[in-house]
Design a protein around this ligand. Structure first.
Ligand code: UDP
Length: 238
């Protein structure tokens, strides 16, 4: 597909204009960052793996009635998505305590939460994506009260759908981050990506980490972990 002007380059993806006016082309890169950009590196084959894994998740969600920005996958590392204005919120849903939640609340990593937790972070690199509450999100004008309720509701629905899909593939969905965007009609849709960069995924039996924590924590076998996720989610049942 012919790429037009590059409109944005992020840490893991590039966004290009294409001929269709209401669509962007997303290219997934091998670049990886962690610890708020302090740790930088490359994960071999990550671009193609995350493109394929995200595609599989978007298909599962669309089939379950969730509105997303996904249009189609056009190459190993590229997908077409609907143009949206990204909302400046990262919506994190957690089933098991890990990472920043384990640290903040003094919970042992792996503690099962009695119910899923939804958190909002202000998407702002310079501030290190701070945790905010609904009242902050309203006061900052990121979304209306109805939209914030909708985001939380969608996050919980998506959690339910992905948890079941992953469990059937012997994977525990520990936590994950979503981003949403506004179409020019005003409708909110799921955007960005869903991949081992943005989810914590553990093998059900061995608890082995099969996600970006292998990169963040220098555990080795990063590409192999992403390949294993693709093998499990991209199988004939996907
Ligand atoms: N996450 C993400 N992008 C971010 C921060 C977090 O995709 O900028 C994901 C992360 O992969 C994990 C979940 O959101 O699945 C919760 O991350 P956490 O708050 O525990 O932060 P971390 O420990 O990664 O700093």
């Amino acid at each position: 597909m012919k790429r037009g002007r590059m409109v944005y380059e992020g840490k893991a993806k590039r966004l290009f204009e294409v001929e269709q006016p209401d669509v962007f082309l997303v290219e997934f890169k091998n670049d990886a960052t962690a610890l708020n950009g302090e740790k930088k590196g490359q994960i071999e084959h990550k671009g193609e793996l995350n493109n394929h894994i995200s595609t599989a998740f978007f298909h599962v969600l669309e089939n379950a009635g969730i509105a997303t920005h996904f249009v189609e996958t056009v190459s190993d590392t590229e997908m077409l998505v609907k143009k949206v204005e990204i909302i400046a919120l990262e919506v994190v849903t957690r089933n098991i305590a890990a990472g920043s939640l384990a640290k903040r609340l003094g919970l042992e990593e792996g503690t099962v939460l009695s119910r899923p937790v939804v958190e909002f972070y202000y998407k702002n690199d310079a501030l290190g994506d701070p945790l905010i509450n609904r009242s902050h999100a309203l006061a900052m004008g990121f979304a209306t009260r109805i939209e914030i309720d909708y985001l939380e509701d969608q996050a919980l629905k998506i959690n339910q759908i992905l948890r079941e899909f992953l469990l059937a593939r012997d994977l525990t969905l520990v936590d994950f981050k979503l981003e949403f965007g506004r179409l020019n009609t005003g409708e909110l849709v799921l955007a960005d990506e869903i991949s081992p960069d943005t989810c914590r995924l553990w093998d059900v039996y061995s608890q082995e980490k099969l996600d970006k924590d292998r990169f963040r924590r220098d555990l080795g076998g990063v590409t192999e972990a992403y390949q294993e996720i693709w093998r499990r989610v991209g199988g004939t049942n996907a």
